[in-house]
Design a binder for this molecule. Sequence first.
Ligand code: FAD
Length: 561
Amino acid sequence: TAPARPAGTVDVKHMKWWGWGVEGVGFRHEDKPAFAPFVEKAIGLDLRQAASTARPDFADLKVPDSRAPEKFVDALGEIVGDGNVVVDDMARVVHTYGKSLRDLVRVRAGEIARTPDVVVYPADEAEVRAVVDTAVDLDAVIIPFGGGSNIAGSLEPHADEDRVVVSLDLGRLRRVLDIDTDSGTARIQAGALGPDLEAQLNEAGWTLGHFPDSFTHSTLGGWVATRSSGMQSDKYGDIADIVRGLRVVRPGGVLVIRPVPSASTGPSVREMVVGSEGRLGVITEVTAQVHRLPEKRDIYAYFFKNLDHGLAAMREIAESDAAPSVTRISDANETGFSLATGKEAKGIAKAAQAGLMAFLKKRGWNLDEMCLSFIGFEGGAAHAKRQKAIVDRIVRRHHGLGVGKGPGALYDQKKFDTPYIRDFLLDRGAAGDVSETAAPWSKLRQVHAEAYRAAHDAFGRIGRRGWIMSHLSHSYHSGACLYFTFAFVFGDDPLGEYDTVKRAVQQAFIDAGGTLSHHHGVGLEHARWLEQDISPQGVTVLSGLLAAADPGGNFNPRKIV
Ligand code: FAD
């Protein structure tokens, strides 16, 4: 049984145990007059009623006892210092789940089948090595923990795991160690959260350029381990493109990928580590491509008459000489949602908005089909101007209309607040969740249509009024990422209903030619589609790699395959 230890004294902050972000911050709708009517129409939820689903008090949760033997906990304490080994209930619950809807529903319901037995916070790579060796000697399970923001079930220990489970939190490894200004690369410790590493890089005039919506609460190591993608990926690349070098602690040694711009040593071990979700070891350091802070960074908003026009424009932009940093277009449903989350416009802004809508109607647009797009331009002033000129010509060819920088700036400010909406809905007994995919341009429209059809069929099967909306969020030469959000009010079986909808949408992706996930990884949540995605032989190769690299199954077992 675990020793009675005080809560740790670790200087690492975590998100709320029951939801997104920090205590005291949440989504408010009172200053957004169109929001409540929108939600009522979309899913039949009346926001005038107070929050209906009480969150449990932490004290009422039944947290399984730690199974870490006292001797083992003491040995870890000798490596990292006693205050950096923690077995208290709160720390173990915080390290149990990520932030998927499934995770949040269960933790709010007090469903905690298995937690890590001990949470350990090493200060540097030498301590990570010693922790890993000590844990593997005991045949313990090691689950690396970054920010805990994943939504693919990548962290949770298996319910029937009877070995000791160690959550290895990288939160104290958060420094930018060195910038090679000739090569435009930076050595960064893997536990650095987005804001931490950007602040350190910005101070020296550089940026990583990786801004996922979870930026504030996710880490570099987590991004690499889940093959993450950020909002400006059109310019800076996905994390898989950004990572050049890696250090990964494994039993008895460190796997080192030296930072070179490219190499023909295939199959690429660098690529094997990217997306490995803790299964190949603990990433301690990443050498990443960095860029000088751009002189200009603007996001412009455009409206398109409908999704077909908008997607055609996005495809043409991807094929053109323009290289915008962001290409994003919301479908009609999501455009309606975005307009409904705006604060009440007053004075000139209100008149301008009304004038714009009247103008579009006069042009023959059906405002229920209209699509809002954001396109970003970054770099030197002349470069940004030229890019915008190319994009503007393409937008005009597709009958789009530019509406300036105002909405783009607003979107840029709001994007890190949007995640709080999910907790707001859960508080009121409703689900809001996402599924995303990537598909070739030739199949994108079909993926969109099939995902809608599958979601509506699923809403029918569970007997709920449901909502689905989507946007294109990252463009490539050969295709794009489509990101779907769906919502409904729970009935009697929240997770059963959720599974019905989520599975229908995911299966539609695969059937229509998309991948199981563009940037959220596999974890437990998406593993059931892996064989359909990469073929049975692909799974054989992957399983063989993981079994050979981790014969004892000590590193985050059963995730991915
Ligand atoms: P964690 O959740 O802590 O861990 C994820 C996995 O990586 C686990 O398997 C863990 O064991 C492993 N891991 C973590 N650190 C290491 C390490 N150092 N070494 C080895 N393995 C490690 N993702 C995007 O890509 N783009 C988005 O825009 C985006 N938006 C999101 C918005 C919301 C509201 C939420 C809830 C999630 C979003 N995500 C997004 C998903 C999530 O933020 C990413 O998967 C992120 O990369 C996870 O990083 P993390 O540090 O939180 O990792």
